[in-house]
Ligand binder design. Structure first.
Ligand SMILES: Nc1nc2c(ncn2[C@@H]2O[C@H](COP(=O)(O)OP(=O)(O)OP(=O)(O)O)[C@@H](O)[C@H]2O)c(=O)[nH]1
Ligand SMILES: [Mg+2]
Length: 348
């Protein structure tokens, strides 16, 4: 479930509470929930899947890998914003393996493995807070990328899983930003620590941390104003927010999550570079993948930044914000295994 929150589970209040909170044991209710999740993920990624997958599915359906098909696959991957480097390594794998493999299903398995490996980050161990201190996530990104919505959805999922959460209304810049977060707080039933628009973002977030510590709240999700790297005053504000959080607890923030709009394509790469340079981003959320055929950006971005994708947004509902799992993501893009033999299908 929330791999990110592993080891952060609340002690079960009673044995009956244990099953929904435990994300390591494969209990029966969890297994049922997972069965429903793959079709949901596939539906959310439908646009990307149709753009990047036709050539690949023809190959897996038994069509021989000739130059024409290779070109089609290359074009589809690039159109889905998979990026030149990631696309080339996918094509290299195909050229190499399609010769050796006896069945289309073998080619598929090898490509599947290659794609999954591409999504595995160069990750270092995330820090943990000292006992009695909240786990802190600072959420950053450009305007409208989905920061506040992602926080709301995460709060809902965490709350449902038995965690205690507080939200920090660190977007003190945009009018109505505080209200938007407060609405989420009310909806989910978690406290929102806020001051009025125009106040100091770092001070609001500091208040939220103090509130969480004094009440034994486990997790603080801190919203920030959307900003571009060119707005140097706002980028400096983010650095200050980080310094203030670190003064509260030197291990914090335990995650600095950069929220990227999946539809922004190659721009997302630029944002990852710029925010990474300014505030030491430790994880990514890619939102709005349901509305775009450019979901190949996930490969490009992990390849380039080495950062882990923590969550993806594939729809408007809270359950459409999903912890990112490379296997499930790749399976949703590639579709079902047909098991056909290489070259046995008609070329039409
Ligand atoms: N379809 C879809 N819409 C999303 C997703 N995530 C966010 N949105 C929508 O994107 C819009 C912007 O989301 P916000 O959460 O307000 O974005 P923000 O980054 O906080 O924006 P600023 O605070 O202005 O910087 C809202 O209409 C959300 O409903 C997603 O995964 N899928
Ligand atoms: Mg916002």
């Amino acid at each position: 479930m929330f791999g990110l929150f592993k080891g952060k589970k609340k002690e079960p209040k009673s044995p009956a509470d244990e099953a929904p909170v435990d994300d390591t044991a494969a209990t029966a209710p969890d297994a049922v929930a997972e069965q429903d999740e793959q079709p949901r993920l596939e539906a959310g990624l439908e646009k990307t899947r149709s753009r990047m997958g036709a050539g690949l599915r023809a190959l897996f359906g038994g069509r021989a890998l000739d130059d024409e098909l290779l070109e089609q696959i290359e074009e589809e991957l690039l159109l889905a914003d998979t990026g030149i480097d990631a696309t080339q390594s996918i094509l290299d794998t195909l050229r190499r393996e399609a010769k050796r493999a006896k069945t289309a299903s073998e080619v598929r398995d090898i490509l599947r493995r290659t794609l999954i490996d591409m999504l595995v980050p160069r990750e270092s161990e995330p820090p943990e807070p000292p006992p009695g201190q909240p786990w802190v996530m600072l959420v950053v990104g450009v305007n409208g990328s989905g920061k506040t919505t992602t926080i709301g959805k995460l709060a809902q999922r965490l709350q449902a899983a038995g965690h205690s959460v507080a939200l920090a209304a660190g977007d003190t810049f945009r009018a109505a930003a505080v209200e938007q977060l407060q609405q989420w707080g009310e909806r989910v039933g978690v406290p929102v620590i806020a001051q009025k628009t125009g106040s100091d973002s770092a001070a609001v977030i500091h208040d939220a941390l103090a509130h969480a510590r004094s009440r034994g709240i486990e997790i603080v999700l801190a919203d920030t104003a959307g900003r571009l790297h060119t707005q140097s005053n706002l980028m400096e504000e983010l650095r200050k927010v980080r310094r203030v959080i670190a003064r509260f607890d030197e291990t914090a923030p335990h995650e600095t999550l950069l929220v990227l709009d999946g539809g922004s394509g190659q721009n997302a790469l630029v944002q990852a570079r710029q925010f990474g340079a300014a505030v030491d981003v430790t994880g990514l959320a890619i939102t709005k993948l349901d509305g775009t055929a450019k979901g190949g950006i996930a490969f490009a971005i992990v390849q380039e930044t080495g950062l882990p994708i923590r969550f993806i947004g594939v729809g408007e509902k809270p359950e459409d914000l999903r912890p990112f799992e490379p296997e499930a993501f790749v399976d949703a893009l590639l579709g079902q295994d047909t098991g056909a033999a290489v070259g046995s299908g008609s070329r039409g």
